[in-house]
Design a protein around this ligand. Structure first.
Ligand code: FAD
Ligand code: FES
Ligand code: FES
Length: 1370
């Protein structure tokens, strides 16, 4: 132990850092260190638990013996800084930057439009860089010039598990694939490098050049020299010990035992912290990584012994490596399959530091739902344990059944036995007689990992072919992660099956036994589903042998493995061997038609700031360096829905470490008001006063010296509640109705009814009465959570940096809250790391609380909500209950629809009053004949719901589809024909939408509908799907085409354009850059409008325009950036400003042109400046009251495949056509369409935003809330941005793209319903039910358990029973 040093030495982007070990608490993460001790800001904090990838960095280590550098990604939010001693860290800033030149990765991310808000981009760039660096180590021929040895499959996988909430992933995949040597250039989507139709050679020449040899050196030479010279590489500070031998480890533990050191933590990767987030940080850490016995992998004839500190990634390599060894085919197969299962654990960056032993200990000690334990249990692994310095060899089962290990027990190694050396006499492959079978399974919401399984399983069996069929000689099966303390062997089934000849009857009995054996503990979610998965997997494992009798082929055995890769891989190119491997995505098509009418408006230019977003130089609020004396805040929020606050306290009488103040409503200064949200739609208190009205409501703000201390203190705070004499909280909309607890909707916001419902019903041939639908909430999951920084300024003023969609409202709120004039407040917003509506009203209390604390304490105060607090407090989308009655004719024409809608608005008004209008607006997309409704905005004791992308509209559009589906199913008609029959004629459109319907030529939906039928091959695919469904028992497909009509409304907007003396231009607009490309469109319009001056040198004007941050004192009346139209109105006001400037410049230009033969822009501007011409113009655009409302149109066709056995849904293809008018920037609009659609997929398919019985959000982390990742988007994604030509009344003929496409994602849900319908038909046929009710409720989101339940949780049993009854056997 004495051998170590007490300093840490490491390099970050080539720069040496030396830090005293004792100056940093051992729990300090690399992310903390980089963000607070270096100027680097690219390493973003988003989830803080290893789940999103925003913090990924490259870690490189150097082996001085073999002189080898190893580079791999890690999550800086989990990596402890003490563990990077003598490592080199590379962040995206280290790859390149705006001064020295960007890396081709940055340029390609920008050029492929793969960065919108940019918050996810730095982490993605590093993961891609890591993949490129590691590809260089691969053997094989050199790649073509400009490419890497990376394959398309590896390129896509490099970002698997990373989150992006903006782009929908397709463009990111393209940026990554552009480096792959086997890429088909045709497969690369829209970009700013080349135009459609160019040759491959031309395309390649236009890509930012990549030469692997030029890449930066991840491990600097100076560090190698230091490593070579160092006597020892371990750190032994006061609280961090990294023993180098088992002896040293033993003595560390001995010292700890003597000191009764309950504060000591054994650690390897510390990734367990991502799950358990223990609040009490240990004082002493013992790092196990450097002990050879724990970090090595040994092989002998009995199997592989994996040191407990070996990372999952190294274990995968070792197991894969083993398949090249001397093992028998079966032995190789087992290792190969274990490795391939391990590849689905977490993400690559987590696997790179997570140890096998850490996983096992988490499972043993804390019942973690481990994958590794299940698989190793199945194959009969053993472990080596050191308890109280005694060494023991235990079976994994014995290890698991021990009482929870204490911190002094060290798991030393795990022995995975070799199954190739079985006593069975395997015969040749051609004539199998006895064979070893092994398979593993996991059911999780993301096929490639980064999602815990609902259940995992592994089966190993020795089987023989006999004349009677397949005999199971021996079988071991393990199930885990399904809601028991530990994984378990299914002994009863194993015993039953051993020695049996497989038959339908035997399988049926085994299935029954499994049902009794795999039973989740009480309280486990989706318990029945989990049990049914066990049945499904057993069936999948054994049934092929039942079905095929004596024959079971190697191809079945090797499925999903690459053992037969030589035969499977096809060479398709002589120049470079292209290996056809299954990739995550197949090629998608993006169709755009640029328009030159307002050039450069209409060009798909790169998003403004994309390169600096990729290189990590873009500054978000939390990247602003902390001012001197800065304090940090964290909200204490309520966990009760309705209660009085008696007291706020901490369990000990002392304030937690670092806390300097607790701010409550009593701290509002005289003259101020307790207001956290102030808008034209209402107010909300900043802190609860006498009464708490909702869970997640702000009660107080803890202010401390660091964000960590503030967060810790807030979570330790105890609120003493008093509920005496209070009525029960209102937690359902039904209770709100009972108590008449409603918010009033202002008359002008109330939607209008159409026609006469009773008359419409009288015309109907059929009716459906009082059918209910429930729609849930959705969380924003912006990558940057809520944040603000308030800095006191002179004369009682404040500057507040806020990540906000409406700085103007935040400004007013702060002034009212503090009781100071509005001109004492300045709110600045440069860019927002994702908003989606969540940074509108919900950002105001964050800014106001920081301002209040800064005002009170006279010190800067900043706050960055941790993900859990953000998820609990955010509110999100409005849940609702809908009851509808519909009348319709026998031909499917609907004549009347009535809806009773109860919207859960939460406890405060927020923006809820707009929801009824938005909902009905989108619902009116069909001609309902007559439409009536009763909508109530229910005031409940839930968190206040707010606007989320397509607020109300996504629900309205979905309700319309649900009604149509119901009608079709009642009439047994094709849904698509019922949809078509009810699409609007132009006359009915005018009736339903009145003034916003526009002219007949603008109604493009019917032509989009037809065009999409052709481009998506709708008819042919309908037939193919019928055939597929007929031929496949367990997989069913569904297809659905869905239209969208969505009304938007422009709002007034301010702007200012200034031309500087060198001809460069600076622009301010009210709209905020949220990633939606607003600045890019504004730049294009500025260039277009100013170039109307018609002088030389304006061709590259777009490059000379800079849009700057929003500053509420510089440009007032900025309003709110929402409703998809802010880009348009910002562009329009800028156009007006430019026209004013041009008008001022024209006389000068004409005068100068008389004197000169040619006049360029720079000379003109220089003259204007020296001549005293005002070159700054501001304006306020107020849209015309008639044309400001208009309709957007689009349609989507979606095809999905469901797995009846697991409930998994795969989106095979999505085809979208969306009318953007004359898109101002088709690449930006394409990004909005794809991104919105994928966000909608999350709402409809995976994002469960669950609360407990008090309404407290329990889906409060990346572990429980599942947004789409690259492996859950459509495999083939085809989007056409339709150019519907010149529109007289639209701003530069453009239309909105931000929200309407999200509504199209209902097509995924509808297609899933179609597939389930097929599954149910089959189920009913098996179960001999005569009547088949084709109508069923498909919940939103349609998660795996939901889909499986509708396909029959007992479908396997029903199927087997049917086989038994038809064969007459038992
Ligand atoms: C985002 C994410 C997703 C994940 N997904 C999955 C998944 O799908 N399936 C799955 O199975 N796992 C999953 N994991 C769990 C992951 O495998 C474990 O976090 C990891 O293996 C723990 O290893 P570690 O080295 O980081 O352990 P640490 O975090 O360092 O330690 C974990 C615990 O074990 C103790 N410990 C560690 N090593 C030893 C030892 N040798 N002897 C005694 N005690 C020890 C530590 O004191 C601590 O209590 C996921 C983790 C993350 C962060
Ligand atoms: S912040 Fe580290 S993975 Fe999300
Ligand atoms: S660009 Fe990926 S999260 Fe915004």
């Amino acid at each position: 132990m004495e051998s170590g040093k007490d300093v840490l030495v490491f390099a970050v982007n080539g720069k040496r850092y030396e830090v005293s070990s004792d100056s940093l608490h051992p729990s300090t993460t690399l992310l903390d260190f980089l963000r607070s001790h270096t100027p680097l800001k690219s390493v973003k904090l988003s989830c803080g638990e290893g789940g999103c990838g925003a913090c990924v960095v490259l870690q490189s280590t150097y082996d001085p013996v073999n002189k080898q550098v190893e580079s791999y990604t890690v999550n800086a939010c989990l990596t402890l800084v003490h563990s990077v001693n003598y490592c080199a860290i590379t962040t995206t800033e280290g790859l390149g930057n705006s001064r020295d030149g960007f890396h081709p990765i940055h340029e390609r991310f920008a050029g492929f439009h793969a960065s919108q808000c940019g918050f996810c981009t730095p982490g993605m760039c590093v993961s891609l860089f890591s993949a490129l660096v590691n590809a260089e180590d691969k053997k094989g021929p050199d790649p073509p010039t400009g490419f890497s040895k990376l394959t398309v499959d590896e390129a896509e996988k490099s970002i698997a598990g990373h989150f992006c909430r903006c782009t929908g992933y397709r463009p990111i995949a393209d940026a990554c694939k552009s480096f792959a040597s086997d890429v088909d250039m045709e497969d690369l989507g829209i970009n700013s490098f080349w135009k459609k139709g160019e040759s491959d050679e031309a395309k390649i020449s236009k890509l930012p050049f990549y030469n692997p040899k030029d890449d930066i050196c991840a491990y600097p030479e100076f560090l190698k020299v230091e490593v070579d010279a160092a006597m020892c590489l371990n750190v032994n500070g006061k609280s961090w010990h990294s023993p180098l031998t088992l002896k040293e480890l033993e003595s560390s533990i001995e010292i700890d035992m003597a000191a009764d050191g309950t504060q000591t933590r054994l650690v390897v990767g510390d990734t367990g912290m991502g799950y358990y987030k223990e609040l009490d940080h240990y004082e002493n850490y013992i790092d196990l990584k450097k002990v050879p016995e724990l970090s090595s992998i040994r092989r002998d004839h009995t199997g592989i012994v994996i040191g407990a500190a070996v990372t999952i990634s190294h274990a995968i390599l070792a197991l894969d490596e083993e398949t090249k060894g001397v093992q028998s085919f079966e032995g190789k197969l087992i290792y190969k399959k274990i490795a391939s299962h391990l590849k689905k654990i977490a993400t690559e960056s987590v696997r790179n530091s997570a140890s096998i032993g850490g996983n096992l200990v988490m499972a043993q000690r804390f019942s973690f739902p481990s994958d590794i334990v299940t698989i190793l249990l199945c194959v009969g692994s053993k472990v080596n344990l050191m308890t109280d310095l005694r060494h023991e060899n235990l079976t994994l089962e014995e290890f698991l059944s021990r009482p929870s290990l204490d911190q002094r027990s060290v798991l030393l190694s795990i022995q995975v036995p070799c199954w190739g050396s079985l006593t069975y006499n395997f015969s040749s492959e051609n004539k199998p007689e006895t064979r070893l079978l092994f398979k593993t399974y996991r059911a999780s919401s993301r096929p490639l990992g980064n999602a815990l399984p609902y259940l995992n399983a592994a089966f190993i069996a020795v089987v023989s072919s006999t004349d009677d069929g397949v005999v199971i000689k021996e079988i071991q099966m393990a199930f885990g992660a399904f809601g028991t303390k530990h994984a378990k062997r299914a002994s009863a089934v194993e015993n039953y099956l051993a020695g049996k000849v497989l038959s339908v009857g035997v399988l049926y009995e085994a299935v029954k036994l499994i049902r009794d054996d795999v039973v989740p503990e009480k309280g486990t979610s989706d318990a029945l589903y989990r049990s049914s998965l066990a049945v499904s997997y057993l069936f999948q494992f054994l049934y092929p042998m039942v079905e095929t009798g004596t024959i079971f082929s190697n191809s079945w055995l090797t499925e999903n493995t690459e053992l037969d890769s030589k035969n499977n891989n096809k060479k398709v190119d002589n120049k470079y061997p292209r290996i056809q491997k299954p990739t995550i995505l197949s090629s998608g098509k993006q169709v755009i038609q640029s328009s030159k009418e307002y050039y450069p408006v209409g060009e798909p230019i790169t998003k403004s700031g994309a390169c600096i977003q990729a290189s990590g130089e873009a500054v978000y609020v939390d990247d602003i360096p902390a001012p001197t004396n800065c304090l940090y805040g964290a909200f204490i929020y309520s966990t009760k829905p309705l209660a009085r606050v008696k007291n706020i306290r901490f369990s000990s009488n002392l304030l937690p470490n670092g806390v300097s103040s607790i701010i409550t409503c009593n701290d509002i200064p005289r003259g101020g008001q307790n207001i956290g949200v102030k808008s034209m739609l209402g107010t909300e208190t900043l802190f609860a006063e006498d009464l708490i009205e909702s869970t997640g409501q702000r009660v107080a703000l803890v202010v401390a010296d660091t964000q960590k201390h503030a967060d810790r203190a807030a979570s330790l705070a105890i609120i003493d509640y008093d509920t005496e004499n209070l009525e029960a909280p209102i937690l359902t909309v039904e209770e709100a109705v009972e108590k008449s607890s409603f918010f009033e909707v202002i008359p002008f916001l109330r939607p209008t009814q159409v026609g006469n419902f009773s008359k419409g019903m009288a015309e109907a041939d059929h009716s459906i009465l009082s059918t209910e639908i429930r729609l849930p909430s959705q969380y924003y999951f912006y990558m940057e959570s809520q944040t603000a920084l308030a800095i006191p300024d002179e004369d009682n003023c404040l500057v507040v940096h806020s990540s906000s969609q409406c700085p103007e409202f935040a400004h007013k709120t702060i002034a009212v809250c503090l009781g100071i004039p509005e001109n004492n407040v300045r709110v600045i917003t440069r860019r927002v790391g994702g908003g989606f509506g969540g940074k509108a009203f919900k950002s105001m209390p964050v800014a106001a609380a920081c301002a209040l604390a800064a005002h009170k304490l006279c010190r800067p105060v900043r706050m960055y909500l941790n993900r859990k607090a953000d998820m609990i407090m955010a509110g999100g989308r409005h849940p609702m209950k809908i009851t509808y009655s519909v009348g319709f004719k026998s031909n499917g024409k609907i004549t009347a629809l009535h809806l009773d809608i109860l919207i859960n608005a939460g406890f405060s008004p927020d923006v809820s009053v707009i929801i009824p209008g938005n909902l009905i607006g989108a619902l009116k997309k069909y001609d309902w004949g007559s439409l009536s409704f009763d909508i109530k905005l229910c005031k409940t004791n839930h968190s206040s719901k707010s606007a989320m992308r397509g607020p109300g509209e996504v629900q309205g559009s979905y309700i319309a589809e649900a009604v149509i589906e119901h009608v079709a199913s009642t009439l047994s008609m094709e849904v698509d024909s019922v949809r078509y029959r009810n699409l609007h004629t132009y006359d009915s459109l005018k009736l339903f939408y009145e003034l916003s319907a526009g002219e007949l030529v603008e109604y493009t939906l019917p032509s989009i509908w037809d065009r999409l039928a052709v481009s998506s091959c709708f008819e042919q695919r309908t037939e193919m799907i019928k055939l597929f469904n007929k031929n496949n028992i367990w997989r069913k497909r569904g297809l659905s085409r869905v239209p969208v009509v969505m009304k938007v409304m422009q709002r007034p907007s301010p702007g200012k354009v200034s031309i500087l003396s060198d001809g460069s231009v600076v622009v301010e607009v009210g709209g905020i850059e949220l990633g939606q490309g607003l600045w890019t469109k504004v730049k294009q319009v500025t260039a277009y409008a100013l170039s109307s001056i018609q002088c030389d040198g304006t061709a590259d004007l777009v490059e000379r325009v800079r849009v700057v941050q929003s500053d509420t004192l510089s440009l007032i009346q900025g309003g709110i950036t929402s409703s998809s139209t802010t880009s348009e109105s910002s562009c329009e006001v800028v156009r007006i400003c430019c026209n004013i400037l041009v008008e001022r410049l024209v006389p000068l230009k004409e005068r100068l042109q008389v004197q000169r033969t040619s006049l360029d822009w720079e000379s003109l501007i220089l003259q204007a400046h020296s001549g005293g011409l005002s070159l700054s113009a501001s304006s306020y655009f107020v849209p015309d009251s008639i044309s400001r409302q208009y309709l957007n149109y689009g349609a989507a066709v979606c095809e999905v495949e469901i797995d009846m056995l697991t409930g998994e849904t795969t989106i095979l293809q999505a085809d979208i056509i969306y009318d953007c008018g004359q898109s101002m920037n088709p690449a930006v609009d394409m990004g909005q369409i794809e991104g919105a659609f994928v966000q909608g997929i999350g709402f409809f398919m995976s994002e469960e935003y669950l609360t407990n019985s008090d309404g407290l959000v329990v889906s409060d982390s990346t572990w429980t809330y599942k947004i789409p990742t690259i492996d859950t988007i459509p495999k083939q994604f085809n989007v056409e941005v339709l150019n519907s030509g010149h529109h007289e009344k639209r701003i530069l003929s453009s239309k909105a793209s931000g929200e309407p496409p999200l509504l199209l994602s209902a097509s995924v849900h509808c297609a899933t319903r179609a597939a389930i319908k097929e599954a149910r038909k089959q189920y009913h046929a098996w179960s001999s039910l005569v009547t088949f009710d084709s109508m069923f409720d498909l919940d939103v989101p349609a998660t795996m358990p939901v889909v499986k339940q509708l396909c029959g949780l007992d479908s396997v049993e029903i199927y087997l029973r049917r086989l038994l009854s038809t064969s007459g056997k038992n």
